[in-house]
Write a protein that binds this ligand. Structure first.
Ligand SMILES: *[C@@H]1O[C@H](CO)[C@@H](O)[C@H](O)[C@H]1NC(C)=O
Ligand SMILES: *[C@@H]1O[C@H](CO)[C@@H](O)[C@H](O)[C@H]1NC(C)=O
Ligand SMILES: *[C@@H]1O[C@H](CO)[C@@H](O)[C@H](O)[C@H]1NC(C)=O
Ligand SMILES: *[C@@H]1O[C@H](CO)[C@@H](O)[C@H](O)[C@H]1NC(C)=O
Ligand SMILES: *[C@@H]1O[C@H](CO)[C@@H](O)[C@H](O)[C@H]1NC(C)=O
Ligand SMILES: CC(=O)N[C@H]1CO[C@H](CO)[C@@H](O)[C@@H]1O
Length: 584
């Protein structure tokens, strides 16, 4: 869990928040219950098909797992306030049959032991066998000392696994040697090596640099720490929520965390504290020697690979065994002010779960929203072969543009005149900030204007620009420009950017964007570059939101196809509501 100055600030605002809630109690309508979870005048920013608890603050996704026909999502949850806090952090718990519709349960872990008196922070679940799941999590005591702890289900016959028991042997891993006890957290899902021993990584820092230690165990209770870090990088800060897993080479399937299949490579992901982005590197892992040889280290600059180049942090994957896929969850926090969060009564979303694969060239990961989300698609609007002249906008009619799934692909026929790429332009976010949608270019900006108001006073532009590099190749830049996303001023409206590994001579440039009131998740080039943004329009809310395709370059582009679906609302209910519905 993010432990920073920001959190201290949050703590202060937490107290303010609590007062507000007490005063407001009885006056405010609860933003929580499912029926109001979609568009409403009071809650225009609450989402319809993204995961969120009924109210209050949610952070990192924690143990994710599939167990006996049911998916479990645990998450950092502050049950007392819509703002983050150092104190009282619990493991929120919800279950699902399809990863789309959810039943909210009581928190699975609460702060009730001396070693977790201050908080039950992030961790993971591991299936010791198909039947036997366990939780490893970071407990924080009243001194701020962090340890790793074990819990298991109280009653394996309860299909929802509502109650969890903490091991009497806790804490199992304590900060030793010169590990800073306040920077020792977030155990990964464990994997089993050929020697039958379990292995987990725990994030920490040494002299201000991020690293992870490997712990091994035969019984999951007594753990031995490796002498040297499993991997460390001087180009990073403290690692939060490390994740380590195999990906298959040239197969469309995901791989179990403990798999010893030959044709795999490994991904090491670290959530970098204070920077709040999730970076990853690729390499070869040998479970015989526990050696991880990487293609390249983290570089600590804009060329590092990220899951998402917008807002997306503290993510975690799990292996979805029945579907044979690896699924990624990530926390998307608010871009609103703390008082905005308090007014809404909630803060934090989970991104739509993404299935994750290694690209064919093995240089990066490919992410795509899980197939199940398409169940929510209803009315479809589509057209093909449409010319989009330089400087034009095209309205997509008949769609609930505040709650939609849009797929568009662009065909570029005149690339010879593309602007020349300067070799010093190596920071895509900077490049997008300097070249927002209102800076006209040649090939681009072209893309979508989402969450737009009639007349375009408010709009969020998700777009591409194509440059020519000196050696005759092309560079594709993908941007999300939030500068005009809301008439409100005090929001974080950072313009996000990513380079996209697409050759526009041989491929169309595709974009899929999931729009859900206050979140815009965009997947460029079939999942090669992803950008998630949070927006809070004042005009473009509910039925007032519009969707456009646009081209602000001087050269024409062609929409080879556009499909847009209005989306239904997912069903998110409490266990009680679920039970009463079944009774009805
Ligand atoms: C365990 O859960 C099952 C199914 O919900 C229930 O019937 C049983 O009473 C529970 N056992 C205990 C000891 O709580
Ligand atoms: C990383 O930094 C430490 C000092 O903080 C130094 O001792 C070590 O040599 C550095 N490692 C590399 C690979 O540069
Ligand atoms: C990883 O393994 C592949 C296949 O054996 C090999 O080609 C590649 O060089 C290895 N990479 C590293 C960094 O060891
Ligand atoms: C949450 O969002 C705020 C506002 O955009 C940002 O300043 C902060 O760094 C984010 N925190 C995390 C942990 O991502
Ligand atoms: C296109 O560029 C012009 C000129 O900068 C700007 O006024 C206009 O808002 C831009 N259009 C879009 C859709 O951003
Ligand atoms: C409701 C509740 O348990 N609140 C606690 C949150 O943490 C603070 C600081 O430890 C306690 O003082 C509160 O009682």
């Amino acid at each position: 869990m993010a432990k920073t100055k920001e959190r201290y600030r949050m703590h202060i605002s937490w107290m303010v928040g609590l007062c507000f809630l007490l005063i407001g109690n009885g006056i405010q309508r609860s933003p929580g219950n499912d029926r109001s979870a979609g568009p409403s005048l009071e809650q225009p920013y609450r989402t319809a098909f993204h995961f969120q608890p009924p109210k209050n603050w949610m952070g990192d996704p924690n143990g994710l797992m599939y167990h006996n026909g049911i998916y479990h999502l645990f998450y950092q949850y502050n049950p007392y306030s819509p703002t983050g806090s150092f104190f009282n952090m619990t493991w929120g718990h919800s279950v699902s049959y399809d990863l789309v519709n959810w039943i909210h349960l009581e928190p699975a872990l609460n702060t009730d032991k001396p070693y977790d008196a201050k908080g039950c922070w992030s961790g993971s679940t591991t299936l010791l066998s198909e039947e036997n799941p366990v939780i490893l999590y970071t407990g924080v005591d009243n001194e701020g000392i962090q340890t790793q702890n074990l819990a298991w289900p109280k009653n394996l016959s309860d299909p929802f696994l509502r109650e969890w028991v903490k091991s009497p042997q806790n804490p199992l891993m304590s900060p030793i040697d010169d590990i800073d006890p306040e920077y020792f957290r977030d155990p990964t899902t464990a994997w089993k090596g050929p020697d039958g021993k379990w292995r987990v990584l725990v994030g920490n820092q040494m002299n201000g640099h991020g690293q992870a230690f490997l712990y091994t165990s035969e019984d999951f209770v007594r753990w031995t720490r490796s002498k040297n870090p499993f991997y460390s990088s001087n180009n990073t800060l403290m690692w939060e929520c490390p994740d380590f897993y195999p990906v298959s080479i040239n197969s469309k399937y995901g791989v179990d965390t403990s798999s010893q299949e030959k044709f795999t490579r490994h991904v090491l992901k670290a959530s970098i504290n204070l920077i709040f982005h999730d970076y990853y590197i690729l390499g070869n892992y040998s479970a015989e020697t526990d050696h991880f040889s990487v293609d390249t280290d983290f570089k600590g600059d804009a060329s590092d690979l990220r899951y998402d180049y917008g807002k997306f942090y503290a993510s975690k994957t799990f292996f979805d065994s029945p579907k044979k896929r690896r699924v990624l969850w990530g926390w998307v926090n608010e871009s609103d002010t703390v008082s905005g969060d308090i007014k809404k009564g909630w803060s934090g979303l989970q991104a739509i779960p993404r299935s994750i694969l290694l690209s064919e060239n093995q240089k990066q990961l490919i992410q795509w929203p899980i197939k199940e989300i398409e169940k929510l698609r209803k009315k479809k609007v589509s057209f093909t072969d449409k010319e989009l002249k330089g400087g034009s906008v095209l309205r997509v009619p008949d769609i609930t543009a505040s709650q939609a799934d849009v797929e568009v692909s662009f065909d570029l026929r005149s690339l010879t005149e593309a602007e020349l790429m300067d070799t010093s332009w190596n920071d895509p976010q900077l490049l997008c900030s300097q070249n927002t949608a209102s800076v006209r270019g040649k090939v681009g900006p072209f893309g979508l204007l989402v969450s737009a108001s009639m007349g375009l006073k408010e709009q969020t532009a998700v777009f591409f620009r194509v440059f020519r590099s000196s050696h005759g190749k092309h560079v594709v830049l993908m941007c999300t420009d939030q500068s005009r996303s809301s008439l409100r001023k005090v929001l974080d409206k950072t313009t996000y950017g990513a380079f996209m590994d697409v050759d526009p001579i041989h491929e169309k440039i595709s974009l899929r964007t999931l729009i859900d009131h206050s979140i815009i998740e965009s997947f460029g080039g079939e999942g090669r570059s992803c950008i998630t943004a949070r927006v809070y329009p004042e005009l473009a809310i509910g039925d007032e939101a519009e969707l456009y395709a646009f081209n602000n370059g001087t050269l024409d582009v062609y929409i080879s196809s556009l499909n847009a679906w209005s989306m239904k609302k997912a069903h998110l209910v409490s266990a009680k509501e679920e039970a009463s519905q079944q009774f009805d």
